[in-house]
Design a protein around this ligand. Structure first.
Ligand code: IPD
Ligand code: CA
Ligand code: CA
Length: 265
C-alpha cells in the first residue's frame, strides 16, 4: 500500500475513534454556530487537530487545507481534510458521519480515505489503483438513466435561496428514480456512489473538504464527477453530480432546464 495512504488511514482512524467515543458526551458539548445552520464543537476541532498532527508528523513539509483551521504551509502536496462530515447528524446522535482526508499533488488528487467510525467502514483509493471498502474492491453501478435508480442528494440548507431551483431538480429526478436519499454526509454519499450503494448523487454548494476524497473514490470506482455543466469546476463552484458515465450524462442533461444563472457559472 502507498505509504501516504497508510498515514491518512492512521489519521482517519485516530479521529474516528475519538469522535465515536464522544457520542456519549453530546449533551455536554458546547455548540457554536459558524453561520446559519453551520455548527461546530470542540469534537470537530479536536478531531482535526489529531489528523493534522498525524499527517505532519510523517510529512512536516506538506500543506493543509482543513475545514476548521483553514490553510497552512506551502508545498506541492496538500492534504484536504473534513474532520467530521455530518456534524448535524453527530449532534443529534444520528449515527451517520465520517472523517474525510484526501491528498492532492500539484492539484491532482492522489490518495483518499473516508472513515465511518460508527459502522467501522474504511473507504480508500489511490490514483490508478482502484477503490476499496474494508479492503474489498468497489465499483459504481451500471444504470444508464435515472429510471429506477436510487439517488443521493443534499438539501441546500445553508443557501436557501437555491431551494426553488433545487425543487425543480428534485421533481425532475424523482419522476423517474426509484427513490432519493438525504443521509446528511456528503463524504459518505460519494463513498456510497463509489461502492454501488447509491447509483448517483447531486448537491448544490459543497466545499472542497466535503468532496475531495469522495471524488477520487468515485473516479477509481469507474464513475464520473462534474459540476452542473458537466465540467470539472466543482471544487470551485461546489456544485456536484456523480454516477457511472452514462447516468452522469443523463443527470447533467436533466438538470439543465432547472439551472439559474448562478448555478450555471
Ligand atoms: C455537511 C454535510 C452535508 C452537506 C453539507 C455539508 P459538515 O458537512 O456533508 O451532508 O449537505 O453541505 O456542509 O458541515 O457536516 O462537515
Ligand atoms: Ca463537510
Ligand atoms: Ca465538517
Amino acid at each position: 500500500m502507498q505509504p501516504m495512504l497508510n498515514i491518512a488511514i492512521r489519521a482517519a482512524r485516530a479521529a474516528g475513534d475519538y469522535i465515536s467515543r464522544q457520542v456519549n458526551n453530546i449533551p455536554n458539548l458546547e455548540i457554536e454556530s459558524k453561520s446559519t445552520n453551520d455548527f461546530v464543537t470542540q469534537v470537530d476541532r479536536m478531531a482535526e487537530a489529531k489528523i493534522i498532527e498525524t499527517l505532519l508528523k510523517a510529512y512536516p513539509d506538506h500543506s493543509i487545507l482543513a475545514e476548521e483551521s483553514g490553510k497552512s504551509g506551502d508545498s506541492d502536496y496538500q492534504w484536504i481534510i473534513d474532520p467530521l462530515d455530518g456534524t448535524t447528524n453527530f449532534l443529534h446522535g444520528f449515527p451517520h458521519f465520517a472523517v474525510s482526508i484526501a491528498l492532492a499533488h500539484k492539484g491532482r488528487l492522489e490518495q483518499a480515505v473516508i472513515y465511518d467510525p460508527m459502522k467501522q467502514e474504511l473507504f480508500c483509493a489511490s490514483k490508478g489503483e482502484g477503490a476499496t471498502v474494508n479492503n474489498k474492491r468497489i465499483r459504481v453501478t451500471k444504470p444508464a438513466t435515472t429510471e429506477g435508480a436510487l439517488l443521493g442528494t443534499g438539501f441546500p440548507f445553508r443557501a436557501k435561496h437555491h431551494f426553488p431551483a433545487y425543487q425543480g431538480m428534485f421533481n425532475e429526478f424523482f419522476k423517474s428514480a426509484a427513490d432519493v436519499r438525504r443521509a446528511g454526509s456528503a463524504a459518505l454519499d460519494l463513498a456510497y456512489v463509489a461502492a454501488g450503494r447509491l447509483d448517483g448523487f447531486w448537491e448544490i454548494g459543497l466545499q472542497p473538504w466535503d468532496m475531495a476524497a469522495g471524488v477520487l473514490l468515485i473516479r477509481e470506482a469507474g464513475g464520473l464527477i462534474g459540476d452542473f455543466n458537466g465540467d470539472d469546476k466543482y471544487l470551485e463552484n461546489g456544485n456536484i453530480v456523480a454516477g457511472n458515465p452514462k447516468l452522469f450524462a443523463d443527470m447533467i442533461r436533466k438538470l439543465q432546464p432547472h439551472l439559474t444563472a448562478e448555478l450555471k457559472s
